[in-house]
Design a protein around this ligand. Structure first.
Ligand code: UDP
Ligand code: MG
Length: 313
């Protein structure tokens, strides 16, 4: 039997690039249907993540014009990860592929992903084979981030963003994770089943600007680390132990100074230790605060998103 496919595209203020991306994806879908690679009931689902521009109007219009296009408008801007979850929650096809609206990820991989699905893979990751199209800053912060995550024991596919194929079974498993602090990239490898990768070179954005400024990237990195690792909490103990050890040496030194009669000395060391310990304490409280904040958000079991409108054709 020919499997059906849905392509999930989260969009936030993407009206400048929408037509371009929609046309390319629609042609690809029709082509794949024609080649009998996917079932004719396959479709593209655009999620409008509370855009302030014309994005939703454009989605609605094409959803009326073409049967293979659907749209969902979220009640406000929830962020990329939740927008993806909102889209994935309404999928009824055999497999789904999530991709960014700017199509920086090579769509040629879609056919390869489908082939891998047919060979029995339930999860296929799109992985970038280089970061040449990234700015110097993004390249290096991304490298640091993946290294840090690896050191903290978070299982994650390096250089894989949210471009991936999930089978219906894997998708159902993913949706069973009920956490509100969601970091999909960290959850997917935990699902298991047969997994594989396809490699591609990421393009530059054709139009519009990145919706991931440094602030959001940092937020995502923090989300990833604190959702999947307790190493930062443990490192507080180590840090505490280390500072105690250093203080012990300092105490010995100060006492010896005292016995030698240089009592007026020591102001510098006192001030330094006050600043240093103050810094260490604040940093440690900050880390604990991050985790407590997470627990606080989780125990409330708040709904993750609300849908304002669904396109109908
Ligand atoms: N996005 C979203 N909600 C947001 C921010 C981004 O749905 O609050 C979408 C955006 O429209 C795009 C994808 O997430 O489809 C990735 O964003 P972008 O391409 O700007 O990120 P970058 O490639 O610069 O990391
Ligand atoms: Mg992009």
């Amino acid at each position: 039997m020919i499997p059906s496919l849905s392509i999930i595209v989260p969009c936030y203020n993407e009206d400048k690039i929408f037509e371009y991306s929609m046309t390319i994806l629609k042609n690809l879908l029709t082509n794949l249907i024609k080649k009998q690679k996917i079932h004719k009931s396959s479709y593209i689902l655009f999620i409008d993540d509370g855009s302030q521009d014309q994005t939703w109007l454009k989605i609605k219009k094409v959803a009326e014009d073409f049967e293979c296009i659907k749209g969902i408008k979220l009640a406000r801007n929830y962020g990329h990860q939740i927008a993806l979850i909102a889209g994935l929650s309404s999928i009824d096809t055999d497999m789904c592929i999530s991709i960014d609206a700017d199509l920086q990820d090579d769509i040629k991989c879609i056919e390869q992903m489908i082939e891998k699905y047919k060979q029995g893979c339930e999860i296929v990751y799109g992985v970038r084979n280089n970061r040449n199209s990234d700015s110097f800053f993004k390249k290096n912060t991304a490298y640091l981030f993946y290294k840090l995550m690896e050191k903290m024991g978070v299982q994650q596919i390096a250089n894989h963003a949210d471009y991936r194929l999930l089978s219906n079974r894997a998708l159902k498993c993913l949706l069973k994770y009920k956490e509100s602090n969601i970091y999909i990239r960290g959850l997917v490898p935990l699902i298991g089943f047969k997994q594989d990768k396809v490699f591609y070179k990421r393009q530059e954005r054709k139009a519009g600007i990145s919706k991931y400024p440094f602030r959001k990237m940092l937020g995502l990195a923090l989300e990833g680390i604190t959702s999947f690792s307790i190493v930062p909490l443990r490192s507080i103990c180590l840090l505490g132990f280390f500072t105690c050890f250093i203080s012990l040496i300092a105490i010995c030194y100060i006492l010896s100074e005292k016995f030698m009669g240089y009592v007026v000395q020591g102001w510098t060391s006192v001030i330094i230790s006050i600043f240093f310990l103050g810094g260490v304490q604040l940093f440690s409280f900050g880390i604990m605060g991050e985790y407590i904040g997470k627990i606080y958000m989780e125990v409330k079991h708040r709904p993750k998103f609300f849908i304002e409108e669904v396109s109908d054709n």
